[in-house]
Design a protein around this ligand. Structure first.
Ligand code: CMC
Length: 430
């Protein structure tokens, strides 16, 4: 008879312990009873990058990294990308079910009618240097929003949470577009409530004088890209959102922390890094030499947009983006860097180094090529990741706050430093 438990023998003491196994995991705290003496603190696990530690229970996103499967609330990403819209997918992620028509209309209305930001935000934007990175501007202005909505700190009030969710979802594109227009010296373009979420964002980004007509192919492409980026379970930025949020700080401050985590080149900054890498390679002829550099660098030079902690197969999001690229390029013209990207992929996927380490293109490998063709500047790419990921961050934040297991995040350490010792005055030190 199999039992849902694990028997552990401590070879240091010869003692045996039985700990329960639930949902395929043991509770790390159950190991604390394993001691070599009464004054021993107890056994801990050591997992610095959380490679095998579940930090929460979640019902939002499922990934099977070996098979290349990504589902939101059980729905395959491929079906959502083909049939849903970003706002509908965001509703699903946040509420657990697809909306009815009236729920969808109310959701869309509420988000559409929270897109304006307080005029003082423009002063915050104007305080940045002309060459400020838009991700830094987004991070700071999202944090600044917490000062405009002090009631947001009541994180255990469901209605308060709802209001901030509408605001954050709605204002993110406005802040992103304002950051861009500030950096190029264009007057801010205010939200247009007649347009869709993505159509309005394009308008706020690119409208010049006169009427702006949204191109339906580009609007649809952005919808798909936003759907693909909406959530990705416990990645670095989502963990930041949950960890920071577990202190019960307001969601603007927690989202600013998540944006900071996303900014790094190993995470959401990778799409920007891919484009810079492709430009640096310069032509198809240089690809083989670049791959050689990557392989010979001992991990220092990376093929950006390749590899993933969880996917050990082709990232399903990269597959969808690669297919969509042609539709976008029909409108915008082909991005000349695509040939370099295709050659990189071809060589990498047939090279022993990448095969052995199961390194495949991830979501960031092709997304930047599309964004660039659509006219987005390279340093806006991580911002384009942050806008849709906001729905995932907020869903995970709310799930964390309403989970009875939640406590403030506070990891343990293995202290390997000096034992206790007496202070030596400066005059007595050698
Ligand atoms: N190019 C070359 N070698 C790589 C790469 C790469 N992109 N990624 C991993 N490796 C090698 C690495 O050097 C190591 O080799 P060895 O076993 O000889 O030491 C092995 O593969 C395992 O790498 P790792 O760093 O231990 O893997 P990880 O799970 O800690 O890192 C990763 C995952 C995504 C940070 C990493 O693959 C990477 O740096 N990729 C490039 C950056 C990137 O595209 N990031 C976007 C991730 S997807 C979107 C998102 O989450 O934001």
């Amino acid at each position: 008879m199999s039992k849902d438990s694990l028997t552990i023998t401590d070879n240091r003491t010869g003692k045996t312990y039985e700990v329960p196994v639930q949902d395929g995991a043991i509770r790390a705290i159950d190991l604390r009873q394993i001691k070599t003496a009464d004054d021993d603190f107890g056994l801990m696990t050591f997992d610095p990058a959380f490679t095998n530690t579940a930090a929460c229970k979640s019902r939002i996103t499922f990934i099977d990294g070996d098979k290349g499967i990504l589902n939101y609330r059980g729905y395959p990403i491929e079906q959502l990308a083909e049939k849903s819209s970003y706002l509908e997918t965001a509703y699903l992620i946040l509420h657990g079910e697809l909306p009815s028509r009236s729920q969808y209309e109310a959701w869309t209305y509420n988000i559409t009618h929270h897109t304006l930001v307080h005029e003082n935000i423009k002063d915050v934007m104007d305080g940045f240097r002309y060459d400020a990175h838009p991700m830094g501007m987004l991070m700071s202005t999202v944090a600044a929003l917490s000062t405009f909505y002090p009631a947001a700190k009541n994180v255990h009030d469901a209605q308060v949470r709802r209001d901030q969710i509408f605001r954050l979802m709605a204002k993110m594109p406005t802040l992103a577009a304002f950051a861009y227009r500030r950096s190029v010296g264009l007057p801010y373009s205010y939200p247009d409530n007649e347009l869709s979420y993505c159509g309005n964002f394009l308008q706020m980004m690119f409208k010049m004088s006169g009427k702006y007509t949204v191109n339906p192919v580009l609007e649809k492409a952005l919808e798909v890209l936003f759907i693909l980026h909406a959530d990705h379970e416990q990645n670095c930025s989502t963990s930041a959102m949950r960890n920071v949020g577990s202190s019960e700080v307001d969601p603007y401050s927690a989202t600013a922390a998540a944006i900071a985590a996303l900014f790094g080149p190993l995470h959401g900054g990778a799409n920007e890094a891919v484009l810079r890498m492709l430009k640096q390679i310069g032509s198809r002829e240089n690809v083989a030499a670049f791959i050689k550099d990557v392989k010979g660098s001992g991990g220092e030079v990376r093929l950006m947009g390749f590899g993933h902690r969880v996917y050990k197969n082709y990232d399903p999001r990269a597959k969808i983006i690669k297919k969509m690229a042609d539709q976008v390029f029909e409108v915008t013209g082909r991005n000349p860097l695509l040939d370099i990207a295709l050659e990189l992929e071809r060589i990498a996927l047939s090279d022993e180094y990448f095969i052995k380490r199961k390194l495949y293109p991830n979501v960031d490998f092709y997304s930047g090529l599309i964004y660039q063709a659509m006219g987005f500047p390279v340093d806006l790419f991580p911002v384009l990741f942050a806008i849709p990921r906001t729905s995932g961050w907020l869903a995970q934040w709310e799930e964390m706050l309403t989970d009875p297991d939640t406590k403030i995040a506070r990891p343990r350490q293995l202290y390997l430093g000096s034992p206790a010792r007496d202070y030596v005055p400066l005059s007595a030190r050698g």
